[in-house]
Write a new protein. Structure first.
Length: 481
């Protein structure tokens, strides 16, 4: 485990897995018996289960608490960024940034290029607001309707939508998963995003080419111009649309390229959005502050558009922040009991080289996503399990964080009982297994990651300042910081 807390002898693998499996059972009951994809309380119960096992083993509550706080401390920067993200989303809607992206994105829609446009539009919006779920549950519904009007099969539209939305989510500095993953892997946000480009950009490029090829069959379809015109006119009448509204995202991207710290960069983006709302949209200062706190409430009269634009605010992040705290606490308690050490000792036998290391990362993350079904635990647990192994073998943990996002964030909408798959299927009304084969970017990205590992490309070594460990972490030896 991390830090200087000693927990004595590591339990055997079977006993080490017991509290984890009991918690997974509670999650399964919550998901499949109660049909409720809110994992907070099962994870809270998992913390208590781990505490009972640890107490029987002789670990004091003070040691357990210290272990939890140590892991939570790693997630605090990500939590602060998420709160700033809430402000950004609200201010970027109020300033007209998000409406401008939607307005000009929808203009790209034509029958032959509809699938390409759907993927690009959903990617742009998800990149701008940092949420695949929000994109799919709002703009995605409108695109699904337009696709049906053009006679395009729903599974193709859904696949293009999911590819774009989760691509944008994964690559957005405003995304909760994109902030949490590097935090638990102990790397920085911008390095994490740069590292993901090696798999995500090729995957999305191939996906767009496939959508263009599939779309050729529908090039002669009649465009549903009425639906498109209604959406665009609603935006034009509700906001002042201008290139000026694109300044905040361009500014944040520029700060990312300059490698400035993410929290002040994102906060500056929120402030820039607020200034544009004051000067261009005619908002007053109280409205700007209120929207940053409580989110934007859209009243355009268009139900789909109002659902999309009623978003953002610090308070909108409460669900994610509390779940993040529970997931980090649960992982910290597993470390206190010795579950992490026991699994790492077993995994160290499987990772003898570069390819086996990345393959183990991918398989572990995908397995947690399949078994647990909770996106946040899927991101946190493999990061804590394998970070030390990457450092021991001299590889940068950006490869680990990329592998976790490839197999956690992107595969979640392709697993029917995962939070991601269940949400998408229930929202757009298309079964997960029907659209999954056509969500090309989601399953191509993990495969490309394995290919790079096989040939030894885009697998950077650790920075010289991070000295690789000479031995795997154990109960009596702290893992590398």
């Amino acid at each position: 485990m991390t830090g200087n807390i000693r927990i004595g002898k590591t339990p055997g693998l079977a006993m080490a897995l017991a509290p984890l499996l009991l918690t997974v059972s509670l999650l399964m009951v919550q998901f499949f018996v109660f049909n409720d994809f809110t994992p907070h309380i099962p994870l809270a119960c998992g913390i208590i289960i781990c505490a009972l096992f640890a107490r029987i083993k002789g670990v004091s509550w003070q040691q357990m608490e210290a272990s939890m706080l140590e892991v939570i401390k790693l997630g605090v920067p990500a939590i602060l960024i998420l709160l700033a993200v809430g402000m950004v989303i609200g201010s970027w809607i109020l300033s007209g940034t998000v409406p401008t992206l939607i307005y000009y994105g929808i203009e790209l829609v034509s029958p032959g290029l509809f699938l390409v446009a759907t993927s690009l539009i959903s990617a742009l919006v998800s990149l701008a607001i940092g949420t695949s779920w929000g994109t799919i549950g709002t703009l995605g519904l409108a695109l699904m309707g337009i696709g049906q009007g053009l006679g395009i099969p729903v599974h193709l539209t859904a696949g293009a939508l999911v590819s774009g939305a989760f691509f944008g989510d994964k690559m957005s500095p405003l995304s909760d998963t994109t902030n949490l993953t590097p935090a638990v892997c102990e790397t920085d946000l911008w390095s994490h995003i740069r590292g993901m480009m090696a798999t995500t950009i090729p995957a999305m490029t191939i996906a767009l080419a496939l959508y263009a090829w599939l779309g050729m069959s529908y090039a002669d379809s009649v465009t549903d111009t009425n639906s498109i015109a209604v959406l665009r006119s609603t935006l034009a009448s509700s906001f002042t649309l201008s290139w000026i509204t694109l300044i905040p995202p361009v500014m944040v991207i520029g700060m990312a390229v300059a490698r400035l710290p993410p929290f002040p960069s994102i906060f500056a983006g929120a402030a820039a959005g607020g200034i544009i709302a004051l000067t261009l949209q005619g908002s007053d200062l109280h409205t700007v502050v209120s929207v940053m706190q409580n989110g934007y409430e859209s009243q355009t009269g268009n139900a789909a558009m109002d659902q999309l634009l009623s978003n953002g605010g610090v308070m909108s992040m409460a669900w994610v922040v509390t779940l993040t705290l529970f997931a980090l606490s649960f992982t910290g308690m597993l470390e206190a009991y010795g579950t992490i050490d026991a699994i790492m000792k077993y995994m160290s036998k499987l990772t003898r080289g570069r390819f086996s290391l990345v393959l183990t990362s991918s398989a572990t993350t995908a397995s947690v996503g399949v078994v647990v079904g909770d996106v946040y635990t899927t991101l946190v647990l493999p990061g804590r399990l394998l970070r030390g192994q990457y450092q021991k073998m001299g590889y940068s943990t950006t490869t680990l964080s990329r592998s976790i996002e490839d197999n956690g964030t992107l595969l979640s909408p392709l697993i029917p009982w995962n939070m991601g798959g269940a949400f998408v299927a229930s929202t757009i009304g298309v079964p997960t297994l029907l659209y999954a084969p056509f969500a090309f970017a989601c399953w191509l990205s993990p495969l490309i990651g394995l290919f790079w590992a096989l040939i030894g490309r885009f697998i950077p070594e650790a920075e010289p300042s991070i000295a690789p460990s000479t031995a795997p972490p154990s109960a009596s030896q702290p893992s590398p910081a």
